[in-house]
Structures are given as structure tokens and as C-alpha cells.
Design a protein around this ligand. Structure first.
Ligand code: GAR
Length: 209
């Protein structure tokens, strides 16, 4: 049974979608822990209610980014995860931390990367006047929001959209593509060639072909 550790900072709606998919689809993996850098992250209660160990490693308790990342890494590694999933984990990570989880750490970002990195992506999209916006699942590399892209979903930007209405439309798609991307990783279907992700056929397609 493979092990996943999920990192959150807030409400954890992507984490919930992942927990639901893992249960409903009987994934060959278990969520070994949910870790938050904020003690008041509301997603922690949901994880605990579902019997998942929860931990807080509060960045405010550490004197530097390096010290925090080292503490976080040691907690994560105590669960020996095959995959680390960033689900609304709002921290910029140090290069050694990212290198330690190379090719086994995924993030979801609320834009169609490489457009609109960083924060306030829905505001950025509205200001740019794009007609399509969306979300991206990608492997995490040292450069913020730049790792190899695993999955994307696009939504229309409507004339009367606000940041909130656009965020809600994108979030709905996040909840679909993130569990699917993780499932592909667990099934060994993802491979990275020259920074580009290839997704192999699933077992049933391979059989049919
Ligand atoms: C999601 O929209 C996620 O894409 C975004 O934060 C939100 C977390 O919501 N992540 C980032 O902006 C990372 N740079 P959630 O806690 O309900 O999953």
C-alpha cells in the first residue's frame, strides 16, 4: 500500500476531494497524514474525522524558511510517503526541500500555467482580460509554479465574473483534475521527459490495445 502525505494551509477543499476519491475508488494507497503550517486550518478537522493523522508544523515557530522546511521534511519523512501532495499549501519552499521530493511532489495552482504564477491568480486573469482561465496540476520544482505540467482544466471567463465567481468555477475543476492526476501517479502512468509529462495508458486501455 503506497502512502500519501497532504500539506494544507486552510480549508482543504482539494484535500477533501482527494480523500473522497481515495475512499470511493479504493486507491492502492492511503493518506498517511495531513500536515498544516497553520494551527487554525479548517481542513484539519475533516481529515481527523476521517481517521487520518493530522499534524501542525507552524512556520511562525521557526526562525527561518530553512529551519521550517527542515522540520517539515522530518515530519513528512516519518510517514515514509511515496507522494507528497500540496493542496492549498501557501508557502514558498526552499530548493533543498524541493530537491528532496523531486518527482514525487505535486501541486495544484489556480491558473492555466505558465500564465499567472504566484498569488491572486483570478484577479490577474480578470485584469489580463483572458477569455479562458483554469487550473494546473504540476510536479514541484525549485522555480515557483513552473514544474512539469501533469493536468489542466479550462473554464470560460464570463463578462460579469468577479474574482469570487471565477474562483468557484475554477475550484470545481480543481476537485476533478487533482484526484485524477494523483491516481495516474499511483498507477505509475506518469513519466517526465525533458520537462514534459507523458501519461501512459491505463491498465484497461493497455489490455484493449
Ligand atoms: C486552491 O484554489 C488552490 O489551487 C490554491 O489555493 C486554493 C486552496 O483551496 N493554491 C495556490 O494558490 C497555491 N499557489 P483549498 O484549501 O480549498 O484546497
Amino acid at each position: 500500500m503506497r502512502r500519501i502525505v497532504i500539506l494544507i494551509s486552510g480549508r482543504g477543499s482539494n484535500m477533501r476531494a482527494i480523500i473522497r476519491a481515495a475512499q470511493n475508488e479504493e486507491w492502492p494507497a492511503r493518506i498517511a497524514a495531513v500536515i498544516s503550517n497553520k494551527a487554525d486550518a479548517s481542513g484539519l478537522a475533516y481529515a481527523a474525522e476521517h481517521g487520518i493523522p493530522t499534524l501542525v508544523v507552524a512556520n511562525k515557530d521557526y526562525p527561518s524558511r530553512e529551519a521550517f522546511d527542515a522540520a517539515l521534511q522530518s515530519k513528512i519523512d516519518s510517514f515514509a510517503p511515496d507522494l507528497v501532495v500540496l493542496a492549498g499549501f501557501m508557502r514558498v519552499l526552499t530548493t533543498p526541500f524541493v530537491a528532496h521530493y523531486a518527482d514525487r511532489m505535486l501541486n495544484i495552482h489556480p491558473s492555466l500555467l505558465p500564465s499567472f504564477v504566484g498569488l491572486a491568480t483570478h484577479r490577474q486573469a480578470l485584469a489580463a482580460g483572458v477569455k479562458l482561465h483554469g487550473a494546473t496540476v504540476h510536479f514541484v520544482t525549485a522555480e515557483l509554479d513552473h514544474g512539469p505540467i501533469v493536468a489542466q482544466a479550462a473554464v470560460p471567463v464570463l463578462a460579469d465574473d468577479t474574482e469570487e465567481s471565477l474562483a468557484a468555477r475554477v475550484l470545481e475543476q480543481e476537485h476533478i483534475i487533482y484526484p485524477r492526476a494523483i491516481r495516474c501517479f499511483l498507477d505509475g502512468r506518469l513519466s517526465v521527459h525533458d520537462g514534459v509529462v507523458r501519461i501512459g495508458p491505463d491498465a484497461s486501455e493497455a489490455q484493449a490495445g
